[in-house]
Design a protein around this ligand. Structure first.
Ligand SMILES: *Cc1c(COP(=O)(O)O)cnc(C)c1O
Length: 453
């Protein structure tokens, strides 16, 4: 399928080209030209994720260079554990606290954090790397390495690094805001080595994102250093995420339950947008809640109708410290002929105090240990239940709590064991290079890389 730019001033390109380019030449974001409706009734409700992904993504890849390989791409990248865990009925302490003895209703957690870097971004980063790796194999031997440039508020960089680490023909350059990612995330980002370099930028995530966009808009640099991105501005990151919402909706609806409400911890709006796309494609998803941290850009937009991007504030849920979410442009494009405020999309801001409180309460009432991002979504669910909403909910759990041990452990009064893949990364040495929050500084680094080939 062809992709077009949200800004409408770039030629349409095949999806394979769009996923290698990252950003469209007019500065817009690539979006699929059409959304091919899918009949969920024709899909296997018991299939595993790679098969569901293949069914959902086939129309997008059809006719392009990866069409025949989609099945292999899905099997190689998306076969990660994807538990859908039923939430136990609220225990006595939560009931008392909520003042609502009847607050238990059906809800599930979609655990998206069982990949190699323990956050949901592993799914899409692995899918993108698999696609790009297969495309690179067809290039001439002297084509030179591609540089995958990625701005990260904590988790993207590691997922992308893990997915491209050791792949021939690729370099990964990660930019993260120094001091604004968790100590464990920082260690993880610098622990890859080899074809991966981590830069600690003296600035905010939005600075990092601006630097990446500047590099991608610099045609001379793009050609000389063969720069592309694996940020969620890349269409190849967005599409595979549609698959796990499709999968959960298939698995949990039917037999009397006709739709699922979904709460998604939201920063740059990539994950939640995938949920919106799953609904647009025809999967049985109803209302969607964007759970943000204290960064209120999206809640303010849904309240006022005015989108005002701003600098990100530092919060406990640092992977969502985004003040100007890139994917808003895609959401606005999707609803260009409809009022976005009638779209059954809602946004709620959860301040740090409520994040702490939610982590404590979920642990005390049902023994559930959650990361600060997931806590934003669980707080939104608790608010829905308090207001009497008893419909079936799915909450996306975006990271393993061990990644945020310094926040979570003091609140629950015990240690959280890291999953094995994470423990392994943490046992390695780690190193990051300092970088000024200046596009020219990044340009110099990228040109220096390209000249050492
Ligand atoms: C990246 C991230 C988010 C935010 O996802 P977006 O797609 O940027 O909205 C939420 N939680 C965790 C743990 C993350 O790493």
């Amino acid at each position: 399928m062809k992709c077009i730019s949200t800004r409408g001033e770039a030629p349409s390109v095949d999806l394979a080209e769009a996923l290698q380019a990252g950003l469209a030449p007019d500065g817009g974001l690539y979006v699929p030209e059409t959304l091919p409706p899918i009949d969920p009734a024709g899909l296997d409700r018991t299939a595993r994720l790679p098969a569901t992904a293949e069914a959902v993504l086939a129309p997008f890849f059809a006719g392009g260079p990866l069409g025949a390989e989609l099945s292999a791409v899905c099997r190689a990248s998306l076969d990660l554990p994807l538990p859908v865990v039923a939430l136990h009925e609220a225990g006595p302490s939560d009931r008392a606290a909520d003042g609502n003895p009847d607050s238990a209703a059906e809800a599930w957690i979609l655990e998206l954090f069982h990949g190699p870097t323990a956050a949901f971004k592993d799914f899409a980063a692995r899918f993108l790397a698999e696609c790009m790796g297969r495309l690179a194999e067809r290039e001439a031997d002297d084509a030179g390495a591609r540089t995958i440039l990625v701005a990260t508020s904590g988790d993207t960089g590691a997922a992308v690094a893990a997915a491209f680490h050791g792949r021939p023909r690729f370099r990964v350059r990660i930019l993260y805001p120094e001091g604004r990612v968790s100590p464990l995330q920082a260690h993880q980002l610098g622990a890859f080595g080899g074809n991966v370099t981590a830069y600690r930028v003296a600035g905010s995530f939005d600075d990092c994102q601006r630097m990446v966009k500047a590099a991608l808009n610099d045609q001379d640099l793009r050609t000389r250093a063969r720069v592309s991105t694996a940020n969620s501005i890349c269409i190849g990151r967005l599409l595979p995420q549609v698959a796990y919402y499709a999968q959960a909706a298939l698995q949990l609806t039917g037999s009397g339950r006709d739709e699922l409400q979904v709460v998604v911890p939201t920063g740059n709006l990539g994950n939640a947008l995938a949920c919106v796309l799953a609904r647009e494609l025809g999967f049985p998803i109803g209302d969607i809640w964007l759970a943000t941290n204290a960064n209120r850009t999206l809640p303010d937009y849904f309240a006022s109708g005015d989108y005002v991007g701003r600098d990100g504030l530092a919060t406990l849920a640092n992977a969502m410290d985004v003040g100007d979410p890139s994917n808003f442009e895609r959401l606005a494009w999707l609803y260009r002929d409809r009022d976005l405020r009638d779209a059954r999309i809602h946004a709620v801001s959860v301040p740090d105090e409520a994040i702490r409180d939610r982590i404590r309460r979920e642990h005390a009432s049902r023994g559930l240990v959650i990361c600060p991002h997931t806590a934003c979504a669980m707080e939104v669910l608790a608010q829905r239940r308090r207001s009497g909403d008893r419909r079936a909910f799915l909450v996306a759990a975006t990271a393993h709590p061990a990644k945020f041990a310094e926040v979570v452990e003091p609140l629950i009064g015990r240690a959280v064991e890291p999953p094995p893949a994470l423990a392994d990364l943490l046992s390695r040495p780690s190193r990051a290079e300092p970088l000024e929050p200046d596009p020219d500084a990044l340009r110099r680094e990228l040109l220096a890389d390209a000249s050492t080939e």
